[in-house]
Design a protein. Sequence first.
Length: 81
Amino acid sequence: MPTLNTPPAAEPQAGTHSMCLLHGDFHAMDSDCWGVTLDWWLAHEDIPEPARRDAYLMEVEQAMLDKHIRHHRPPTPEEPQ
């Protein structure tokens, strides 16, 4: 079973299931997904590692919620359907 709270390895394997910030989902990640994860991880090096893992997961969870809400809300009059 994959570990969800581990930072990406230097060369992560494509197809490894993890929390994806790019797509706001848990899925088999490809190189684009890992690239966004690694960029986020390196941009937050000032945060201690345990807190950084938690912050990353919170950001992915927020992206998942945003995606879910957008999918289920009714369109507004100015939005194309």
